[in-house]
Design a protein around this ligand. Sequence first.
Ligand code: SF4
Length: 666
Amino acid sequence: MNAVRTTCPYCGVGCGVLATPEGAVRGDPAHPANQGRLCSKGTALGETLDLPGRLLHPEVDGKRASWDAALDAVAEGFRRALAEHGPEGIALYVSGQLLTEDYYAANKLAKGFLGTGNIDSNSRLCMASAVAGHRRAFGEDLVPGVYEDLELADLVVLVGSNLAWCHPVLFQRLMAAKAARPAMRIVVVDPRRTATCEGADLHLPIAPGGDVALFNALLRHLHARGHRSDAPGLDAALAAAPGETGLDPVALATFLDWFAGTPRTVTLFSQGANQSSAGTDKANAIINCHLLSGRIGLPGAGPFSITGQPNAMGGREVGALANMLAGHLDWSRPEEVAALREFWSAPAIAPGPGLKAVDLFRVAAEGRIGALWVMATNPAVSMPDVDSVRAALRRLPCLVASDVTRESDTMDLARIRLPALGWGEKDGTVTNSERVISRQRGFRPWPGEARPDWWIVSQVARRLGWGDSFAWAGPADIFREHAAVTGLARPAERVFDISGLAGLSDAEYAALAPTRWPVARRGAQGGRLAPAARFVATPFRPPAHEISTDYPLRLLTGRLRDQWHTMTRTGPVPRLMAHWPEPTVTLHPEGAPPEGSLARIESRWGQAVLRVRHDPGQAPGTGFVPMHWTDRFAPPARVNAAVNPAVDPVSGQPELKHTPVRVTPV
Ligand code: SF4
């Protein structure tokens, strides 16, 4: 078939896809991430090409508008917000669904020209704790390992990861490696007995929030077994309050001995660890154990954070989290800020980090944000304490939403709606969880008046008087600029450097093969990393809100195998919906309302009504609800109305894996 090489738009595995304009889709055998494999969502991509409810024309105040009128309205809204509130009264809330070039453009506009650090990504909900943990341990946001390490390891520890459902192709690779080498061991650390446990040798049903205690215990065990390290901070890490794991002592001892006795060990951690008020400490507690045992940057050994979204890593690279600058440059180094200001010819570089997502919407609710631009995400469903977020969105004088779909709860609330290109139409790059940059290529005509996100940003910038700095002819221009930023003011210890790609011609960019960073020289490509590191003390802290007699059950939220985010893409595909057709709360059968009945989940923040599902693999005292449903599909099943907005004090990531609730029959 006459197929185009592109990448899957769903998860952080970043699988290569061969796709035709007619919608035929198969895995790309030449892509290093998947080597021809696809999961159920990737296989169904062809069925999502003609999504119902596309936004095809700009709209202002509920009426169809020309692009000129809509862009003028955005610029006017921004000008007014600047005049009334200053730069901190403007914000952008962006998404790991954006391509790197789109992300770069938005970040440049915010941090270099509007003069605000208030650009945050929905990645804040996904892996901000891992980023913060990397920065504390390595001084930079680095994933040291590569996917192949999972295949080479003799022990793979999966922490807070339902890999079988959330990163299925990586799980397939892991299962194939275990089939070839049955002596390989897999341990799953998760309060739930998930599909991933089917392939595991040991399941540790840790209490929600207990991971720090587990890895603090492991650190002491490794030290007692004679492991030593010259890296700073070890004494404080060993002295940190250990906490109680609550695990069966025999199972715990087995895990400690397996880890201590297995040089080739990978610990993969994901949202179950990150989405916690101790998420950053969890990342560091894991990294500490790999540092002390020397298992980092070696084949089959290392801590490995895996991201949820297809381009969360790209967003991290361009600095589209509120606390990061472009190209891993750092606000704490004045020479790096100065270099970026000069490179961008920036009139108003942001003076420091901006508001992280939960704080951003809280400040908006207080009336201190005059204009907010939401790109390719749906905070009216996905944020915790979401009814408060909806109230904040309603209060905004100027809410701009740019997206593929008209059918989202955030779009409903927007004053200005801008139609963006979707998968199969847009063109750029993404970076997956193992630092591989891949091209995502368009292979379908642009529908209606939809345009690339980077173009929309550049047109707003032009209207605000900065057209010369955003005069890109296409994504290749932006990629070259982004690559050049990574070579600025570069201290020897900074690893993220793709300046070797800054000189790509348009043709070379068009043909770019998957490339792992760092790429400081043309033709050179990065591999495993063994960065200089330090230990971080991780004293155990319980979750922010404890259970009580009023709210005795711990609620966790997460993904299903065949759905994606708030279902705007996967919800309309019947065969994906067939896997799990309605919103449920999964409970241990003991003491639960009858299976199939409806139950109300209530917290002090809000409530949702869901169908009860029994599962003996769900730990007693906990409940699990898929995060995907919106009022569009099944009112009133928006679980985030009940989810608490507590955040990790370092990363700002919300505690989506621990909300005290009560369950009552309806
Ligand atoms: Fe897409 Fe992730 Fe499935 Fe690969 S594993 S096909 S990237 S959803």
